[in-house]
Design a protein around this ligand. Structure first.
Ligand code: ADP
Ligand code: NI
Length: 214
C-alpha cells in the first residue's frame, strides 16, 4: 500500500502542477493529513480514505467546462494503472463523484464512513485560518472587494447567493464558511470544526472593528 500511495502522491503533484492556489497540491496534502487524522479516531478503511483524499480534486469541474465525470474517471484510470483492488477503486470513485459542496445539497447521494471522513477533511480546509486565507485568495483572483458595508452578508444560504459572482469576499463567510461546522459528518470532524469556527467568529469581530478604524 505504501508504494501505491507514493505513486498516487507523485501523480497528483504532477497533475496539479499548474493548479490555482485554492486547489493546489498543498490543499490536497492538508486534506490527506486531516483525513488520516480523523480516520485514526473514526476507524474507516485507511486505504480508501487515503486514495480518495489524494484524488478528490484531480479534475475540478469548475476548470473542466463543468464536466463532473472527468475527475472520477481520471482517478479510476490511475488506480487501475497501479493495480489497486477493484472494490477499492469503485469505492474511491463513488466518494469523488459525490463529495463536492454542490452535490452535498442533494440528499440522495452515495455515502459511507470513508466518504464522510474525506468530506470532513475537505470541509475543514475551507474554515479556520487556512479557510480565511483561501477565501481571500479566491476573492483576489476574482477581483472582488474584501467587504462592502452597503451589501449585507447573506444570512441564509441559497443556491442563488452562492452563485453571485460579484459579492464581497466577506459574504462568503455567511454563504458557506460559517455553515460548515453544522455540516460535519463525524464526531472528530465536528470537534476540529468547532475550534476553527470559533476562530473565524473572532476574526470577523476584529475585521468589523478594524473597518470602523478601531
Ligand atoms: P472545495 O475545494 O472545498 O470543493 P470550492 O472549489 O468551492 O471548494 O472552493 C475552493 C476554495 O475557495 C474554498 O476555500 C472556498 O471557500 C473558496 N471559495 C469558493 N467560492 C468562494 C467565494 N465566492 N468567495 C470566496 N472564496 C470562495
Ligand atoms: Ni478539495
Amino acid at each position: 500500500m505504501k508504494n501505491s500511495i507514493n505513486k498516487t502522491i507523485d501523480f497528483v503533484k504532477k497533475t496539479l502542477e499548474h493548479a490555482e492556489a485554492g486547489h493546489d497540491w498543498f490543499h490536497i496534502e492538508r486534506v490527506y493529513k486531516s483525513a488520516v487524522n480523523i480516520n485514526a479516531k473514526e476507524n474507516g478503511d485507511e486505504e480508501v480514505v487515503i486514495f480518495a483524499a489524494l484524488l478528490h480534486d484531480i479534475a475540478d469541474p469548475k476548470f473542466n467546462n463543468g464536466d463532473e465525470e472527468i475527475g472520477p474517471i481520471m482517478a479510476e484510470n490511475f488506480l487501475k494503472s497501479i493495480n489497486v483492488e477493484e472494490n477499492v477503486i469503485a469505492h474511491v470513485k463513488l466518494i469523488i463523484q459525490n463529495m463536492s459542496f454542490k452535490n452535498s445539497f442533494d440528499d440522495a447521494g452515495f455515502t459511507s464512513k470513508e466518504m464522510q471522513i474525506v468530506q470532513d477533511a475537505d470541509r475543514l480546509d475551507a474554515i479556520g485560518a487556512i479557510g480565511i486565507a483561501r477565501a481571500f485568495t479566491y476573492g483576489g483572483f476574482k477581483n472582488r472587494v474584501l467587504y462592502d458595508p452597503e451589501i449585507k452578508p447573506e444570512q441564509h444560504l441559497n443556491k442563488e447567493s452562492y452563485k453571485n459572482t460579484t459579492a464581497p469576499t466577506i459574504n462568503h463567510f455567511y454563504e458557506k464558511l460559517l455553515l460548515l461546522k453544522d455540516m460535519m459528518n463525524t464526531k472528530t470532524g465536528k470537534i476540529i470544526a468547532t475550534e476553527r469556527h470559533n476562530f473565524m467568529l473572532q476574526y470577523l469581530d476584529h475585521f468589523y472593528k478594524e473597518w470602523e478604524g478601531n
